[in-house]
Write a protein that binds this ligand. Structure first.
Ligand SMILES: [Zn+2]
Length: 157
């Protein structure tokens, strides 16, 4: 896994800064896995699920080779996750106890379905770009859309 710098040509979209940092976007809108894949990345929900197996949504890991889990000795073929819930700025995020990487795509509904907020999608986009899973242009487009949606929902002016 290479760590590439997110190249964004729009000065308003600083690659080192998160537009929605410190803004609680958890109430609305909520996007399904297929909505995020289709609207922000022109892909299918299968693509997101496949990227999850590649740990492509882990952001700010201190160890690029970290597996974020270990084989479960009691359940062959299963994995014991090292991801633990951590409260950051009043929000619960999922962080690896080994590498401190955040799983930006960890949010689930009460019934266990994948669900994503605008804040999640912004972080996911940075994680994908950092891992080379999308291009800088794709990241720029997704972040522009996140910003537009955040304006529509009045999180940003
Ligand atoms: Zn890890």
């Amino acid at each position: 896994v290479t760590t590439e710098t997110l190249v964004v040509t729009d000065a308003a979209l600083d690659p080192d800064k998160f537009m929605l940092d410190g803004i609680d976007t958890s109430k609305n809108p909520h996007f399904t896995v297929s909505e995020v894949a289709k609207v922000f990345f022109a892909r299918s929900s299968h693509w997101i699920r496949w990227l999850e197996t590649k740990h492509a949504f882990i952001l700010d890991s201190t160890d690029p080779s970290c597996p974020h889990g270990e084989p479960d000795p009691n359940e062959p073929g299963e994995t014991l996750s090292w991801m633990e819930p951590v409260t950051l700025h009043g929000q619960i995020i999922s962080v690896c106890t080994h590498c401190s990487g955040e799983d930006t795509a960890a949010r689930r509904t009460e019934k266990g379905a994948r669900v994503y907020t605008l804040g999640d999608i912004e972080k996911m986009t940075h994680a994908l770009a950092g891992g080379g899973h999308i291009s800088g242009a794709q990241a720029s487009n997704a972040l522009h859309l996140v910003r537009t949606c955040a304006r529509i929902w009045e999180y940003l002016a």
